[in-house]
Design a protein around this ligand. Structure first.
Ligand code: ZN
Length: 115
């Protein structure tokens, strides 16, 4: 193991467990998810040094962070749209009630004039 300061590893993008670095039997470095219950248990192998393995792992995990951020943004937008639709529907209902009232008044007046 080298004494260079390791970059911190991002958590596993699939289960959130703390990722680890290990030296393989062939001397190459590997970054992996040690959680046996993880659905994917990703491992990135074949790096010459642990810094590169960690950088590759963190790049993969960052893609997941971006996706999470995008999903959060879209969920926020959807919420705003829902609020707008609810307001618009409420406004439309109030307009319909006003029109109904006016129509009923006109009808009543017409019937009164007809007698
Ligand atoms: Zn995992």
């Amino acid at each position: 193991m080298t004494t260079n300061k390791m970059p911190e590893l991002k958590p596993c993008p699939f289960c959130g467990s703390l990722a680890r670095l290990a030296k393989l039997e062939n001397g190459r470095e590997c970054a992996y998810c040690p959680n046996e219950d993880c659905d994917v248990q990703p491992e990135l192998k074949g790096y010459l040094d642990p810094v590169n393995a960690a950088a590759a792992w963190n790049a993969c995990a960052a893609v997941k962070d971006d996706k999470d951020a995008q999903i959060e943004k879209l969920a926020g937008a959807l919420e705003e749209i829902c609020v707008y639709v609810v307001d618009w529907t409420r406004d439309l209902n109030s307009q319909i009630h006003k029109l109904q009232f006016v129509a009923e008044q006109a009808l009543a007046q017409h019937e009164a004039e007809g007698e």
